[in-house]
Write a protein that binds this ligand. Structure first.
Ligand code: CA
Length: 223
C-alpha cells in the first residue's frame, strides 16, 4: 500500500483529500503545517506528498526546495489556490512533479496522484557508468562496488554530471540544482565540493574526470 503525506492547513480540504485518497486505497499521513510535515518525514517515508503552498508556518515551495536540495526525490503534487497562478511556474521549477488548482474534483486529484506514480516509476532507480553506480533512491554512489561515501551535495553534483556526460554545466546551474538557491557569491563552497568529488573519483580510478572550463563551468568526461 502506498502512503501519501498531505500537507494542508484547511481542515475541510485536508479531511476531504484524506477521505478520497483512503477510499482509493492509499494510506494517508496528515500535517497541518511545515513543522508537522518535517516531523512526519523524520519517522516515515511516504511515497508521495500532496503539498499546499500557503501554510501557517511558511511557504510550501520553500519546503519543496529544501527537500530537493537534500536530494529527496519524492513525487510532489502541489495544490495552488485561486490567484496563485504565479506559484505554478515557481513550484515546477522548485521540483514539483505536477500541480492542481483549488477547488478541484476528487476524481482529478486521484488521477493526478496515479499519474505521479506512473511518471515516477519510469525514473531509473540506479544509473551506471562503467565502474560507477549511483543508487538514486538511497543517494549513494559506488565505485567498483565500494561506497564512495559522498555527502548529499557531492552525490547531487555527481548525479547531474552522470546524467549529462560530456556537456559543460555552469557553476550557477550546478549550484542551483544542488543547493536549491542561486549561487550568489558562494563560488567557494561549490569549488570545495567539486574538489572533494574529483579527489574521490580519482582515488577510486573511476576512469572519469571533471574538467573546469574557466568562466564556463564544469564537464564530466571519460579520461
Ligand atoms: Ca493553505
Amino acid at each position: 500500500m502506498k502512503t501519501i503525506l498531505c500537507i494542508e492547513d484547511e481542515r475541510e480540504v485536508l479531511d476531504n483529500n484524506r477521505a478520497a485518497l483512503m477510499w482509493a486505497g492509499y494510506a494517508v499521513l496528515a500535517a497541518e503545517n511545515l513543522a508537522q510535515a518535517r516531523k512526519q518525514l523524520l519517522h516515515r517515508s511516504p511515497d508521495a506528498i500532496v503539498l499546499d503552498i500557503m501554510l501557517p508556518d511558511g511557504n510550501g515551495l520553500d519546503f519543496l526546495r529544501e527537500l530537493r536540495a537534500a536530494g529527496n526525490r519524492i513525487p510532489v503534487l502541489m495544490l495552488t489556490a485561486r490567484g496563485e497562478s504565479a506559484s505554478v511556474a515557481k513550484g515546477l521549477r522548485a521540483g514539483a512533479n505536477d500541480y492542481l488548482g483549488k477547488p478541484f474534483d476528487y476524481e482529478v486529484l486521484l488521477a493526478r496522484v496515479e499519474a505521479l506514480f506512473r511518471n515516477v516509476e519510469q525514473v531509473p532507480e540506479a544509473l551506471e557508468r562503467g565502474p560507477l553506480k549511483l543508487d538514486i533512491a538511497a543517494g549513494r554512489a559506488f565505485l567498483n562496488g565500494v561506497d564512495m561515501l559522498l555527502t548529499q551535495k557531492e552525490f547531487s553534483l555527481l548525479l547531474l554530471f552522470v546524467q549529462d556526460e560530456g556537456h559543460v554545466m555552469s557553476a550557477e546551474y550546478l549550484y542551483k540544482k544542488s543547493w536549491g538557491q542561486p549561487i550568489g557569491d558562494d563560488h567557494r563552497t561549490l569549488k570545495k565540493h567539486m574538489s572533494n568529488l574529483r579527489r574521490k573519483l580519482e582515488e577510486g580510478n573511476s576512469g572519469y574526470k571533471i574538467t573546469a572550463a574557466r568562466g564556463e563551468g564544469y564537464c564530466f568526461e571519460k579520461i
